[in-house]
Design a protein around this ligand. Sequence first.
Ligand code: FAD
Ligand code: AMP
Length: 479
Amino acid sequence: MSDKYDVVVIGSGPAGYVAAIRAAQLGLQVACIEKWKNNEGVGVNGGTCLNVGCIPSKALLDSSYKYHEAAEGLAVHGISTKGVEMDIAAMLGRKDKIVKQLTGGIAGLFKANGVTALYGMGKLLAGKKVELTDNSGVVSVIEAENVILASGSLPIAIPVAPVDNDLILDSTGALELGEVPKRLGVIGAGVIGLELGSVWGRLGSKVVLLEALDDFLAIMDKAIAKESKKIFTKQGLDIRLGARVTGTQIKGREVEVTYKTTAGEELKESFDKLIVCVGRRPFTQGLLAPDSGVDIDDRGSVYVNEFCATNAPGVYAVGDLVRGPMLAHKGSEEGVMVAERIAGHKAQMNYDIVPNVIYTHPEVASVGQTEEQVKAAGEPYNVGTFPFAASGRALAANDTDGMVKIIAHADTDRILGCHIVGPSAADLTQQVAIAMEFGSSAEDLGMTVFGHPTLSEAVHEAALAVNGAAIHIANRKRR
Ligand code: FAD
Ligand code: AMP
């Protein structure tokens, strides 16, 4: 272990490990410090995303979807499936195996790229020094030319529903339930609440989501949010809006939740398990010495400029720790940008084109501006939509819920946003994200040849519909 590095990264989630690998690729001497330990007490990389976030949640979403399809969704295809059974232990075991494989993979990538992996707690001192308290308690100080802070985030705790990891769980506990609760309450109908609610709902829980806001998915495009709510409600998710949880009481083996409606009514509901999914907050505990020179903003995020530089020269911060959406890919791109800038490249990141996905079925995905944002900015625009019910491929798959919506500037036809609820919405939205990155117009997308029959034809048709030229649906306006 060298005692002076070009770059020391604190945190090895998707922001930190990607920064470390990219910096090493560019010829820099890099160390990455990680404090996470697995169930056996061994230090592991990958952060929230790989250990208790994106990956394990998607593993359970996929398993639960397959179960649900096998149990209820195949008769329409002429396949009868009697006696479908679930094995929760096997499902959780599969998820754990995937996590182990991927976190181990990061250690392998570090090795292959020459990144020094250090396990323990990192603290930024003044003058770009980093104090490492390793997992056996030994303290040392490492010098660095540059430090990248990537300590991520933690679930927000609310005093009205204290997590006991028995009856009241956070998102991490909700990935470990050993049996399917009959009645499952979820506080917060945001991204994580909807995903975890879907997992257990598909496996048989009666799921109630209590959401304080009156609007469903308030930051999403309104039309897509409305369509999504309709679909999820049809699936059996009981989504109660304008329902602010104000208290919980453990009564034997159940949790009684008190919530207040927007109309001021106080209601109660009992659950076998309750999951708290009210968002995440940046994690800075123990990260910064008082004289580190790094500022924290009033939301608890480390303050950075558009290039992720903090107020302390040579110190950068990326990922959930800093402003912007708490998404793995946003942090990774910031990590790449910072590594490249440290190496002397003129890298920058396009914050206008960061896709956002909810991995329910169907998925809800978006990139760019919503119609409401475009309207509020006073820009003239055109909208094209296409329902999956009119897609041959979606019909063939019996997966016709949802629609594609594309918004383009009325004068330039440049695509401003794409919002999809529907099968494979995440991957379809990514196609439009690529087009947007290249400054595509709706017409450009419309002139692109799409394979038939594909779900992506729905994107093609929505792009054509922007200018009244959709073929497989009546156009709102004529060309
Ligand atoms: P983290 O992944 O939180 O990693 C930070 C790391 O830093 C941790 O390993 C932590 O132990 C370590 N650390 C902290 N302080 C120190 C210190 N002082 N010393 C050493 N190490 C330290 N995002 C998506 O884009 N797509 C999804 O599908 C998705 N699904 C999610 C599902 C769930 C259930 C949850 C909870 C989150 C999900 N997210 C998803 C969000 C995603 O996980 C985060 O945006 C992402 O992990 C943030 O990356 P990060 O590297 O900034 O931080
Ligand atoms: P997200 O930010 O996508 O993780 O979603 C978290 C959701 O939790 C937001 O929509 C919040 O409005 C909601 N929320 C926060 N506190 C409460 C509460 N006490 N009761 C119900 N919903 C809440």
